[in-house]
Design a protein around this ligand. Structure first.
Ligand SMILES: [Zn+2]
Length: 335
């Protein structure tokens, strides 16, 4: 039953609730305000588990550290390896306590090791001289070849990364230091097969032979300059034992394990087939050889099986075409 007195009581009750609600809202606004004035949203930064400071702009700090890793401060630095990467954790920091991005950056980067990039000119895989730019190394090697330095077939360029820089030389100094004049040959001549030299991206030469794929598989390394050495052939990955077919007709001029004596050092079990007066094709790193030196082979004939002998990191065929003794890019013709 609603009476006047009950209705009054009810209205007084509602008023009471509204009052309390308003007080609560004001209190909440005040608390948030006080927190905002007293604290700020930051990130604590720790290195190796120890807090080294606070930042308000985590993204900017991270970017600055990443930029440092990618190039260092010095102009010649290739990259920087940091011992420890900083960790970030969101936190509220009392106003008045300063953020210290600069100090954090310095602490993080002080544990870094800088790596320099440069190039070594090698002779018989031994590092002989260092240059800053690849172009200098290339120019020195090309000049030595032009001058017909006797070591020019054994020169290489290796990309290097190290924590200290060696003494750099100019291309000209490298040439004068590495140049070896041709000596008059005395005693009996030895029949060594000349090593192939990288000829660069050359125009397609007419080989005078037709070629078929010796194996089908995935190309794992192309012809040309690789990070560590000049790659003189085309690598085709295939399982051990995969039949290797002669890419062209010809006469086997070498079948055996490569060594310094026969000129195929590092090639492992290798078959060399001479197809005409200019063209010789090599099949290297084989597990088994099915043909002998002096034997005639026809295109498509199985001559060996894929393996990983010699300097090799996995089962593949190293397929190398030499035109007048110089390695040329097989992909100008097949694959
Ligand atoms: Zn290879």
């Amino acid at each position: 039953m609603i009476t006047i007195s009950n209705l009054k009581k009810c209205i007084i009750g509602i008023r009471h609730i509204v009052k309390i609600a308003i007080i609560l809202v004001i209190a909440a606004v005040l608390i948030v305000g006080i927190i905002k004035i007293t604290y700020k949203q930051t990130y604590s930064v720790s290195l190796n588990g120890e807090i080294i400071g606070y930042t308000q702009d985590k993204i900017a700090l991270q970017k600055r550290i990443n930029d440092y890793i990618n190039s260092g401060n010095g102009e010649n630095i290739a990259f920087v390896e940091l011992n420890d990467m900083p960790e970030y954790e969101a936190c509220l920091l009392k106003n008045g306590i300063e953020t210290n991005d600069e100090e954090i950056f310095n602490k993080v980067t002080s544990s870094g090791t800088s790596y320099y990039k440069y190039y070594a000119i090698t002779e018989e895989n031994e590092e002989k001289a260092y240059v800053k730019e690849f172009a200098d190394a290339e120019s020195a090697v090309n000049q030595l070849k032009e001058k017909k330095s006797t070591n020019s077939d054994n020169l290489g360029i290796v990309e290097k990364y190290a924590t200290t820089e060696p003494e750099y030389k100019t291309a000209e100094t490298c040439v004068s230091e590495l140049y070896k004049e041709k000596k008059v040959v005395t005693a009996q001549a030895t029949t060594t097969i000349p090593k192939a030299t990288y000829t660069g991206p050359s125009v397609k030469t007419d080989l005078g032979v037709s070629l078929v794929k010796p194996v089908s598989g995935v190309i794992s390394s192309r012809f040309g300059i690789r990070s560590r050495d000049n790659h003189k052939g085309l690598d085709i990955a295939a399982p051990k034992g995969t039949a290797i077919k002669a890419a062209a007709n010809g006469t086997v001029i070498f079948s055996g394990y490569g060594s310094n004596t026969n000129g195929y050092s590092g090639y492992g079990n290798t078959v060399a087939v001479k197809s005409n007066s200019s063209v010789t094709i090599l099949y290297a790193h084989c597990s088994t050889l099915y043909v002998k030196s002096g034997q005639t082979v026809t295109q498509g004939q199985v001559i060996a099986a894929v393996g990983s002998t010699g300097i090799s990191t996995g089962n593949h065929l190293h397929f190398e075409i030499r035109y007048n003794g110089k390695a040329i890019d097989p992909q100008n013709y097949i694959y």
